[in-house]
Design a binder for this molecule. Structure first.
Ligand code: PHE
Length: 388
């Protein structure tokens, strides 16, 4: 391989090794300097150049190499053919000039034709190798992406919503970040009321909100927000996340899920309340399950009740699930306390209604016979796959 500054950047495979004579390459010297004084000698020199060209052109492999090879031969200033014009043709003896001219033209024609041929060949080869690279093998097995399933909580929500939609309720959702007013005051839970004790939650400092914001402790604030916006009759369920200051264990978590229910109209009685609750329990836990109401207390319902179901596992005879009592505590509920209507501009003399608030995680728990709430939040696919 020739050495020397100017050619150091050339790809090594590309020869460009044109015969040298002493120090300079032959086309850098005149014919006289090369000692070529006859026609035959001149023709021989051209033949040598042509075979150098043929040899080197055969080793070009890509477009980059082709370009630099072309410039070496056809470059305007320092291409081999320009230098031959300058060094061989122009200073040639008059007797030699015609043959040098002819030979030069023939060489130029050959160089141009071969270069064009090589260019096309390289292009076709590049296209073919791109095609080969990009070829799609349809017999190859595809990439299988695992499709997830709806989380057990999501499935339970959907089942609950289905049951209530079927008896004329609609579904609304509300903010998880609430004001103390909606979470407490408007639900008839004034500050310092003991009912706040089991609803300790997370408070948020918010600029411009001197009394702060909180993560709602129940979905009941949506009772107020809905009645503020909507004239009676109201029949809604409110699915969503709620928060309390609880340490996680098998039956507690700092975040869990509820579905709120509210029905308000001019003629709603305790019978409607009981009938709705019974219908729901039978739909959700099975036709054989009985319902029982126990007196309870919530500031926003009066009277209030805990709704129990006869144990769907043992049928009421007593087992581990019902702790041998035959009954399972389901959720809190009651007739809307008339005091609440005062906060939303509803007429307590004309209107009545009922409300309930169910723990969705707990309902899922009961229905699927689980014993640890935390599995709902751990995202272990072995658990999730059991509820496809
Ligand atoms: N919001 C109550 C709770 O979270 C449940 C409830 C809702 C009770 C509606 C009565 C009526 O404990």
């Amino acid at each position: 391989m020739a050495q020397g500054g100017r050619r150091d950047h050339m790809p090594p495979a590309l020869g460009f090794q044109i015969a040298m004579n002493g120090k300079a390459r032959i086309f850098e010297q005149t014919l006289a300097q090369l000692g070529a004084v006859t026609r035959e000698a001149a023709v021989k020199l051209f033949a040598g150049l042509r075979s150098d060209f043929d040899r080197d052109s055969a080793s070009i492999r890509n477009q980059v190499e082709w370009k630099s090879f072309r410039d070496n031969w056809l470059g305007r200033k320092s291409g081999v053919l320009s230098q031959i014009t300058d060094n061989w043709l122009k200073p040639a003896e008059p007797g030699l000039k015609p043959v040098v001219g002819q030979e030069l033209n023939a060489l130029r024609g050959h160089v141009e034709a071969v270069l064009e041929e090589r260019r096309k060949a390289i292009e076709v080869a590049a296209e073919q190798s791109a095609l080969a690279r990009e070829r799609i093998d349809l017999s190859f097995p595809g990439v299988e992406r695992a499709i997830g399933t709806r989380h057990l909580i999501r499935q339970t929500f959907e089942e609950l919503e289905r049951i209530f939609l079927s008896i004329g309720f609609s579904v609304v959702e509300g903010p998880e970040i609430e004001t103390p007013y909606y979470n407490f005051e408007a639900l008839n839970i004034p500050e310092h009321h003991p009912a706040r004790d089991n609803m300790d939650t997370f408070y948020i400092d918010a600029p411009g909100k001197p009394r702060g914001l909180l993560l709602r402790t129940h979905t009941s604030p949506m009772q107020i927000r809905t009645m503020e916006k909507q004239k009676p009759p109201v029949r809604i369920v409110v699915p969503g996340k709620v928060y309390r200051r609880d340490n996680p264990d098998a039956t507690h978590n700092f975040m869990f899920h509820q579905i709120e229910g509210l029905a308000v109209d001019t003629d709603i009685t305790f019978c409607d309340f009981k009938g709705t609750v019974e219908y729901f329990v039978r739909e959700f836990l099975g036709a054989k399950v009985k319902t029982r109401l126990r007196p309870s207390y919530f500031p926003f319902t009066e009277p209030s009740a805990e709704v129990d179901a006869s144990c769907h596992v043992c049928g009421g005879s007593g087992c581990r699930v019902c702790k041998n009592s035959g009954w399972i505590e389901l959720f809190g509920a009651g007739m809307v306390n008339p005091a609440v209507y005062g906060f939303v501009d509803y007429d307590p003399k004309r209107l009545s209604g009922f409300a309930f608030g169910m723990g969705v995680d707990r309902l899922a728990f009961l229905r699927y016979g689980m014993n640890d709430l935390q599995v709902l939040f751990q995202n272990d696919v072995r658990f999730l796959r059991q509820f496809p």
